[in-house]
Design a protein around this ligand. Sequence first.
Ligand code: SAM
Length: 207
Amino acid sequence: MNLKERFLNMTRKPKGFLGTLMLNRMNGRHAKLADWSMGIYQGNPAEILDIGCGGGRNLSALLHRYPDARGTGVDYAPLSVRMTKAKNRGAVFAGRCRVVEGNAMSLPLPDDAFDLVTAIETVYFWTTIEQGFREVYRVLRPGGTFMIVNELDGRNGTGDEYVKIIKRMRTYTGEDLEAALKYAGFPRVRVIHHNNMLWMCVMAGKI
Ligand SMILES: C[S@@+](CC[C@H](N)C(=O)[O-])C[C@H]1O[C@@H](n2cnc3c(N)ncnc32)[C@H](O)[C@@H]1O
């Protein structure tokens, strides 16, 4: 694997020097995508969970947008946990934010605990999305919202160049995600495509 390929593989589970570079890059590169999706969500959450929190920028933006909310970040990469804590150190110190190491396949979090769960640029790497979505359903409060945000909408082979390089990465269309969400128990699903970009936001509600 050449250096460029090794660097791109750091999106899946960042570690070491290249992982630190990648997390800093993603904090910048995903900001507009994440902010676009946050503008679509209309609720006023008290408890927010960001799964695959990476470099922590999106959790920080959510805490800024909802100043009365408390935020939790979860990621299976210890480096992402450390960087999210560092990025949100003020909120962590104030008791508004906690960051835990854990896998989306088996979230180390209680049932019915969150009003809003976000998964930004991460479901491509989950072993089984149906299992991950069942876990999100479990931790969401009744009436809560799950938001999946992808910069690649999986249509017409978008993202194939990354899938070839990044191990065990998969892209999904809105239809794929909707079917998996319904299978996992979500009764209401909305797929929103950006007007000019390949960006996609999928919102699912728990009864
Ligand atoms: C491409 S990065 C995106 C980070 C951040 N959400 C953003 O938008 O910048 C993917 C993140 O998801 C995490 N991740 C991937 N699969 C995961 C899983 N099954 N459980 C928890 N975290 C996961 C990776 O460790 C990485 O930090």
